[in-house]
Design a protein around this ligand. Structure first.
Ligand SMILES: N[C@@H](CCC(=O)N[C@@H](CS)C(=O)NCC(=O)O)C(=O)O
Length: 222
């Protein structure tokens, strides 16, 4: 039975699950949920995930939500190509990179992204500037890592890259919006300011199947 993945265009969590499927070369059926129609809050979807959030994976009768859980399931279901490392040190470094993104990057990223997409930039300018300063510290750490290595952990693409990439892309997209320009957050072109991150973005984008994961509505509108 083919795995089904429910995801939403532009959701970094959905994007991670898609990248994991593509990088592991696991066949799947894409089920794109339309947020604007509220499909993620419809009874049929809430029956899969009572939180009404994407992604959700369905493998026959087995239903799973929470992105890290989905990635773990895929790794156990089909161990090669490996996403979570080959030995204890590598596996731990990958989990550390994921944890660092979750603990230190995602919250300030949300503080910057949410007002840009959903309104309130004027009211939240001070919070956004503080958050941007934190993000630049974290981006500086990534830049140092990627100046020495093609991938975030080890010599191969891993779950660490899967985890970080969509978050950076969403942040960059938000940072490039006109409404963000007066704040001068320095996030409009992460690739220009952080060249090693820019080269890594290109590497991720050169991986097979990448185009199938790219948010469809990003192709239509700037
Ligand atoms: N902890 C969840 C987060 C998933 C999540 O926040 N998904 C967002 C899209 S990025 C969503 O579906 N939001 C819809 C909503 O909460 O109404 C995971 O790891 O999968």
């Amino acid at each position: 039975m083919t795995i089904e993945l429910y995801w939403g265009s532009g959701s970094p969590f959905g994007w991670r699950a898609l990248l994991a499927l593509e990088w592991k070369k696991i066949p799947y059926q894409s089920k794109l949920i339309d947020f604007s129609k509220g499909e993620h809050k419809a009874p049929a979807f809430l029956a899969l995930n009572p939180r009404g959030k994407v992604p959700v994976l369905k493998d026959g009768d087995f239903v799973l939500y929470e992105t890290l859980a989905i990635m773990t399931y895929l790794e156990r279901k089909q161990p090669e190509p490996v996403l979570f490392g080959r030995g204890p040190a590598e596996a731990a470094a990958i989990m550390r990179a994921i944890s660092e993104c979750t603990c230190y990057f995602e919250q300030p990223a949300f503080q910057v992204i949410a007002p840009i997409f959903f309104g309130g930039v004027d009211d939240k300018a001070a919070v956004m500037k503080t958050a941007a300063a934190t993000l630049h510290e974290e981006l500086g750490r990534l830049e140092t890592t990627l100046a020495k290595s093609n991938w975030l952990v080890g010599d191969e693409p891993s779950a660490a890259d899967v985890w970080w990439y969509p978050e950076i892309m969403l942040l960059e997209r938000a940072g490039a919006k006109d409404v963000a320009a007066p704040l001068d957050l320095g996030l409009a072109s992460i690739a220009k300011r952080y060249p090693a991150i820019g080269r890594w973005q290109k590497r991720v984008e050169a991986e097979p199947g990448y185009q199938r994961t790219y948010p469809p509505h990003w192709k239509q509108a700037a």
